[in-house]
Design a binder for this molecule. Sequence first.
Ligand code: NAD
Length: 370
Amino acid sequence: MRAGIIGGGFMAAVHSRALRAAGHEIAGLASSSAERAQSSASALGIARSFNSPAALVESTDVDVVHICSPNATHAPIALAAIAAGKHVVCEKPLAATIADARSLAAAAANEGIRTAVPFVYRFYATVREIRARIARGDIGEPMLLHGAYLQDWLATPSATNWRVDANEGGSSRAFADIGVHWCDLVEFVTGHRITRLSAKLVTAFGRRGESASTVGTEDVVTMMFETDRGASGSVMVSQVSSGRKNRLTFSIDGETGAFAFNQEEPNTFWTGSLDENRIVASGSSAMTSGDARRLALLPPGHPQGYQDAFTAFASDAYRHFAGEEVGGIPTFDDGLRAAQITDAVLRSSAIEGWVDLNEATLSLTDPITA
Ligand SMILES: NC(=O)c1ccc[n+]([C@@H]2O[C@H](COP(=O)([O-])OP(=O)(O)OC[C@H]3O[C@@H](n4cnc5c(N)ncnc54)[C@H](O)[C@@H]3O)[C@@H](O)[C@H]2O)c1
């Protein structure tokens, strides 16, 4: 299948490298203008550029549309791609509003279109190993789910980006941008669903950038939550934590043991019990899950990273588009789930209290197997 990429920034480069490594052809790239598309395509070594996203979506040379543009552009482009019968890889957050996320999930289901959302941290071998060990009961039932996703690229008032503007990024920034990754990952590894939450939002800098524009989106979210299987949890999400780059960490504390993971060091994970703590290395004989062994391409000590996880995502997503039953693919249903949690975070902050995810997708779309 031939890919068409929309957007020419950071994620367009990541998607293009992943597609090539996974052995897929890139038919062309479109961006906000014909000129920008041409220069991004040439920088990424993509032979063809399209004059507009619409031209790419309608091209008979494109089978899968990759949406790597700002959040508010996702819904109209994805709806057009679904209407054109193309499979869609849409970056997170799936849409800038919950209503748009709902329409996209419904449209894909109605048209029988296979989709994917790059919740790419699911594609580390270590994450799959933790998931399989929890499913087979190694730590008993998870009781406490806690952690953080911390970045520092917006830690000064001079730093700004399209994400800061609610019109381009959506009403939530830090949570919709990175908090959703944490929730997706922790729900993915535990099989638990967040059912209630209480969130507090902080905007560290009321004005940003050279023009000192007013900021309407949050820099920090502190969230407490409960799950459908009786666990409690908390997560700190921040884009103003000096020195932290992509520090997504989680700890799953179960009845008889615990697992911990740090995305900045994804080649190992920690397992703890009353008697003994261990570091387990990706690619070692201790990795027993089939999925973990499949995703660990190298022996221990040769690191794999974010880009390798993206290649694994692209590879599995295209098998899914080809009609294979592939476990662990994040789809538009998972994108909608993330939008529902984000919506609950904003509602909770507005009323300064706990809210239920009463309309959320609570059923597991992807049952866990060891
Ligand atoms: N899955 C992940 O791990 C991950 C990581 C980073 C970003 N993202 C997501 O990827 C998307 C893109 O983020 P980025 O970091 O690449 O941003 P970026 O600013 O680096 O790139 C955005 C690109 O979109 C283009 N663009 C702007 N308006 C457009 C329009 N109307 N139509 C087509 N193209 C347009 C810009 O010219 C630019 O080339 C965002 O939704 C973001 O949340 C996902």
